[in-house]
Design a protein around this ligand. Sequence first.
Ligand code: FAD
Length: 395
Amino acid sequence: MKDVLIIGGGLAGWRAAEAAVKGGASVCLVANGSGNSPDIHAINVPVREDDSVERFVDDTLRSGRGGCDPELVEVLCRESVKLADEFQFDRNPDGTYKLLQPLGCSVPRCVTIGHKVGAYALAKIKRDLSGKVEVVHGRATRLDRNFTLYTLHFTPGDGDGTLTARSVVIATGGWCAKYGFSDNPPELRGDGIDMAVSLGAATVQMDKVQYEPTVALAPERVRCIPVITTMLYDGATFRNAAGDEFLADKHANKDEISRAIFAEIAAGRGVQTVEARGSSRPREFGVWFDATGVPCETLDTVYADTVRRYQDAGVDIHKEPMLVAPAPHTSLGGLVIDKRCRVLRSDGTPIKGLYAAGEVAGGIHGANRIGGNAGTETLVFGRIAGEEAAKGENA
Ligand SMILES: Cc1cc2nc3c(=O)[nH]c(=O)nc-3n(C[C@H](O)[C@H](O)[C@H](O)COP(=O)(O)OP(=O)(O)OC[C@H]3O[C@@H](n4cnc5c(N)ncnc54)[C@H](O)[C@@H]3O)c2cc1C
């Protein structure tokens, strides 16, 4: 038996493990993949001189279209500041931070480490925790609570197929893999939400899913991989089948962009894919995301990964546009938590010993998430969930 059992091996799960170990708890982590976290490119931390926690809060609430839980947003933005002391984010030669401006942020706010802050943070935490956490590979299928003890059933069993603990942190990410065309890995099907709901947990905004506007439709080799939207600020444009530019507003949010693309396709101006040979998939429609107006130097430095990926697929994005369509990307709804990451019932009372963090939790982003806020969420709330779970208040 362990003090804390963590379900999920993304950044929220590993961050919770780190905090729980620091809190003196014995910890076991169960996961059947790494989830979306290794793909986190950059996260929001208000480090610029003209930025502030208040400005970050305002941007998040505005982008959430009135649907955010203000208390959770306040925690997210306030606690994010501490990340700048903890991680060595990339800086310019003059010492200022290298920042990207995600859609929805009023100032550049996204920090990174080599454009791979998710993979970096995961590797660092795992390295620091080496030998201190029992890791079980498997898919959690059921969670039972018997008085003050939780029992998790998982498959395939790395042992007897059950694990017991006093506290549980659910960090199973979202459910976007349930959709046919998505940029999420297949294990992200909302299992953690089902398990918590079976114990009486409430959910919020389960109809809210963020679409990434620019996910590659073709060629097959890059299919389902998103193209970063910050390219818009650097001169990229959207074009329809006739080659006409649409959506000139560079400051549109992701939801507005996705809607504009769907409207273009619905109006019969979408670009049809050529069926992949041997594929049973029907032809689909997208639009052109045209980066030929982005300076070559910017493409080759800031977006070098995208350039390389398309090059390998036979497309030179310095000269040719990319065929993209919006795809389900982040679950915005999820389990109802309070600012201590306790999972709540619909009457607002906490389920003792049950915590949640990361994409599995709902209410933080409202109806539209600012790019970069999900990674910040995993680090901030993962830590809180681990600290709280380690206190062992499941009595
Ligand atoms: C391509 C892509 C790029 C992104 N880029 C950014 C970015 O640059 N900045 C940003 O802020 N956000 C970004 N996001 C969003 C961000 O990646 C996610 O919101 C975040 O990683 C969620 O972290 P998490 O730990 O909650 O879940 P995940 O990282 O998704 O991890 C979930 C974990 O739960 C496990 N799991 C699920 N079900 C079970 C089960 N039944 N049993 C056992 N284990 C289970 C999974 O295997 C995985 O280990 C991006 C998303 C995608 C898809």
